[in-house]
Write a protein that binds this ligand. Sequence first.
Ligand SMILES: [Zn+2]
Length: 153
Amino acid sequence: MADPNDPCIACRIVREDHRPPGGVLWRAGGLAVHALDGPTPLPGWLVITSEAHVRAWYDLPAEAAAALGGVAARAMQAQRQSLGAEHVYAFAIGDVLHHFHLHLVPRYADTPARLRGRGAFESRPEDALPAWRVVAALETLRRELGRTPQNGS
Ligand SMILES: [Zn+2]
């Protein structure tokens, strides 16, 4: 597996030099909202990444630190209102990727127990959703977050 820090995959995502499914969905306050960059067992799994390359939450520029709560709340509301998530977890771990990112992981009524909470990070290859379902959820979120679709899918 390639080293996600050399070059930094988060920097590549925020400058749109690397495209996770759906691309960058929304930007505000020095933060970019996009999907998990890889297979996901849960539709609408979002990640908030700082545009600045900083190690973690404690190093965020003032503007991004101030914006983070509102951006996270708005994204979670979109996951709940437009995708029907009954709850959304937030995880900022950063052991692997050393660039601030906050996972917003939706939980649905039919999410199996083993994929709830931090179990979402322990999914199996066979749990991965088909690409069309991942992208459909992200396009719904993009509309909800008020950004027009990008070209090139
Ligand atoms: Zn970076």
